[in-house]
Design a protein. Structure first.
Length: 246
């Protein structure tokens, strides 16, 4: 089945029709034909490139896996979730491209990449003074509250981690990567799954043990991030300082 037909069965085409479309030619030109020199990251479902559009606007281009069902699922999640959400602490999805087996998402470009590039680097971490760290924590809290409570959709992110917290040129924070997100309707606040996704160290204990996740799962991840921001240590280092599981 072609990608277009598969998308028609999984994504409301109205969602795609409401978003700007980029041709593969535009994307290839913007990224210098997906040059390795423009590669700025590697997500769970594909590489990310920096691109410059004809009008001079800088963008981030995520090229999803051509054959992976996970890639198709991420495309679906991003289109349904983040495209409909507007908040200063969420990364903006600017458009998409579908061409043959190519699935491409275009986002606003975040010049300072992700929080982990600063937080766990001995040199760059000095840029994060206490007011800056508080600003980042506050931005995360605002973004998560919007996802859980203040938007017209109730979204559980399910993969909050330092690598998915992006920073713009002014060190303003934006939450990214909604490929694993789940949308809830009405009073549903919890779900069960046999497939545990996310990043170990950030996921709540009941998730891998019982397969349960809820908005509290994101709150747990937020707490881990706060500890990392305050301590400057990766979460796996917390138990190495002689404190056990405390």
């Amino acid at each position: 089945m072609s990608l277009i037909k598969r998308l028609r069965t999984s994504v409301l085409m109205d969602d795609l029709d409401s978003m700007p479309f980029f041709s593969l030619h535009e994307i290839a030109k913007a990224t210098d034909n997906f040059s390795i020199n423009n590669k700025i990251g590697e997500g769970g479902f594909g590489p990310v490139y920096k691109g410059v559009l004809e009008d001079g606007k800088e963008v981030a281009v995520k090229r999803l896996s051509e054959t992976s069902q996970q890639g198709l699922d991420e495309f679906k999640n991003e289109v349904i979730c983040i495209a409909k959400l507007q908040h200063r602490n969420l990364v903006k999805l600017l458009g998409y491209c579908i061409h043959g087996n190519e699935l491409i998402l275009v986002y606003e470009y975040m010049a300072n990449k992700s929080l982990d590039c600063f937080l766990f680097d001995e040199t760059r971490s000095s840029i994060l003074d206490w007011p800056q760290r508080f600003h980042i924590i506050n931005g995360m809290a605002r973004g998560i509250l919007y996802l859980h409570q203040d938007s017209h959709l109730q979204i559980i992110h399910r993969d909050l981690k330092a690598g998915n917290i992006l920073l713009d040129a002014n060190m303003n924070l934006k939450i990214s990567d909604f490929g694993l997100a789940r949308k809830f309707v009405g009073k549903d606040v919890m779900a069960k799954t046999k497939k545990v996704v996310g990043t170990y160290g950030y996921i709540s204990p009941e998730y891998p043990v019982h397969g349960r996740f809820s908005i509290k799962s994101d709150v747990f991840s937020f707490g881990v991030l706060v500890l990392e921001i305050v301590s400057g240590k990766k979460n796996r280092e917390f138990s190495r300082d002689g404190h056990g599981d405390n």
